[in-house]
Ligand binder design. Sequence first.
Ligand SMILES: [Zn+2]
Length: 174
Amino acid sequence: MAIKEILKLGNPELFKACKKVEKLDSNETLQTIQDLKDTLQNFQKINGFGRAIAAPQIGIIERIIFVDFPTENLFGPLINPKIVWQSQEKIQLWDDCFSFPELLVKVERAKEIKVEYSTPFGEVASISAKNDFSELLQHEIDHLDGILSVQRAIGGTAFALRSEWKKLGKNGSS
Ligand SMILES: [Zn+2]
């Protein structure tokens, strides 16, 4: 059990492109997965929201995300996830991030995507996602490329503090 500190906006580590994981079942990889799970669950406990975390957010510059998305029956790590297809159709929504939990950013994303990834057991799996689940996976995969949602803002007015955003009555994402 290791709850890690979540790096915050401004930390240069968050802008680094992550390395591909070569040894899926190494002790280091399994420890990273455990730390991501523990840190995600701790964040959920404290904040009452949160559906995924990416390894660079705990300072590990490797291509691993951990997702907890009950309505899609997904709870676990995605190693080396890659978007292999995306719809032309786009959606716009307000995105949030553990690295700046008080700030919402309006972004545009592909409405539907297909993602391939590896499991710690060496299997290659794929998952199709649409709407907010699609947005969530695009957000997390962006983290692995060193891209934050603030870089995806659809304009200079696409920012809201959570306290103000709640007054707008909009739905959140991650
Ligand atoms: Zn994030």
